[in-house]
Design a protein around this ligand. Structure first.
Ligand SMILES: Nc1ncnc2c1ncn2[C@@H]1O[C@H](COP(=O)(O)OP(=O)(O)OP(=O)(O)O)[C@@H](O)[C@H]1O
Ligand SMILES: [Mg+2]
Length: 373
């Protein structure tokens, strides 16, 4: 089978690493010839994943297509789907998720618990909702890695809001942020991965480190699993989906957002679960049985983020020290240049002991740095 991936970042790179186990010819479309996925695919096409003609021409001779980012040209994918190309996730599901306004409306329509919200068209609209604060303002389209998300606590913060169609949602008092990955095959069969629990970096709003399986009360886990399945059933699309959820201060569970693709909350599944998220989506695309999502051992993920004060050719300080640690797996994404906050790689740690995981995660965070020489 000939399968194309829209986007050539680190998620595409890890998709291709998993594809190497199967009988599949891989194609990648990305507008950077040196992107992380470029040299791992069979055929690379330089082009804009948001351009109709580029996406259509890339996909028209392929058997199947998937994505590693949702900011793609959905109209072209829809035409390809009509012409018989298998597109997983479906263009209809991507269309809902890629726009946060449509995504929130989808949750309401499907009675999926999500924080209350208003839609704002521009900055002046925000003035109507002073009583609604504290809230979180989210750009409808084009945000990524926490850019496009702005907390508005008081009236004076309104100046920080977005001047484009956005969602203003009630700020939730978060006790835990978790993510659940659900996969659905063409027959509608689903599997669900154990939950992952995140801790965020307050400076960059990027994932700081993550533990999996998350330690949750049984009732919260059931609620979260039921919600995650409801999201995927509502989208009615084969593929792999990551559902980000909040557990609030009284134990209620809310959907934050969904991603219709492999996700940074599932990096650990490469080593720590029987079938990784990357393996799972290939099974679905190639029409094979679903894999086993269960954890082999508990795990942690530490992201390697470009250090503050360094921009230019990357050097990984402390790499040898980390590679010498037991049950620690380093993934560098092949990005030549670092800059503050850029995702350069991640490290997975496996251990049966959670305090060993946190101890090693902290050690790695303080040892391994993406800097310039
Ligand atoms: N309603 C809310 N109440 C409280 N905190 C929130 C709310 N919405 C978002 N946040 C915080 O902001 C973070 C980023 O929000 P969100 O996941 O919607 O944005 P994003 O740009 O898609 O981020 P990413 O790409 O990192 O997942 C969340 O992980 C959470 O910590
Ligand atoms: Mg998010």
């Amino acid at each position: 089978m000939k399968v194309g991936i829209l986007g050539g970042g680190q998620l595409g790179r890890m998709l291709l690493q998993a594809a190497a186990n199967y009988d599949v010819t891989t194609y990648v479309l990305e507008n950077d010839a040196h992107c992380p996925a470029a040299h791992l695919c069979h055929y690379f096409t330089l082009g804009n994943i948001n351009d109709f003609d580029t996406v259509y021409n890339f996909g028209k001779n392929l058997d199947a297509l998937t994505i590693e980012i949702e900011a793609v040209n959905v109209d072209a994918l829809e035409k390809l789907e009509q012409e018989g190309v298998k597109v997983y996730p479906t263009p209809a599901a991507i269309r809902i998720i890629k726009n946060k306004i449509l995504q929130k409306q989808f949750y309401v329509d499907n009675e999926i618990p999500t924080s209350a919200f208003h839609i704002t068209q521009n900055k002046t609209d925000l003035a109507k909702y002073i009583q609604f604060l504290p809230a979180v303002h989210k750009l409808g389209e084009g945000g990524y890695d926490g850019k496009g998300v702005q907390v508005l606590n008081t009236e004076t913060d309104i100046a920080l809001g977005f001047d484009a169609p956005s969602v203003l949602e009630k700020k939730i008092i978060i006790s835990k942020e978790i993510a659940l990955i659900v996969a659905m095959d063409a027959k509608g069969e689903t599997i669900i991965y154990p939950p992952a629990e995140m801790v965020f970096d307050p400076v960059y709003n990027l994932l700081d480190y993550q533990l999996s399986p998350a330690k949750l009360e049984e009732k919260q886990l059931w609620k979260a699993q039921a919600i995650a399945r409801k999201v995927v059933n509502g989208l009615k699309s084969p593929g792999l989906f990551a559902i980000e959820l909040f557990i609030d201060n009284v134990g209620d569970v809310w959907v934050n957002e969904a991603a219709p693709r492999v996700h940074n909350s599932g990096h650990h599944t490469i080593e720590a679960n029987y079938s990784s998220q990357y393996d799972m989506i290939w099974r679905i695309l190639l029409n094979y049985p679903l894999g086993n999502p269960a954890a082999i051992l508990p795990s942690a993920i530490v992201n390697i983020i470009g250090a503050v004060g360094f921009s230019g050719d990357v050097f990984y300080e402390g790499l040898e020290e980390v590679l010498a640690m037991d049950n620690v797996f380093v993934h560098l994404y092949g990005k030549k240049q670092t800059k503050p906050g850029r995702k350069m790689g991640h490290v997975t740690i496996m251990s049966s002991n959670y305090s060993d995981l946190t101890h090693k995660a902290n050690k790695i965070k303080h040892t391994l740095k993406a800097i310039c020489k």
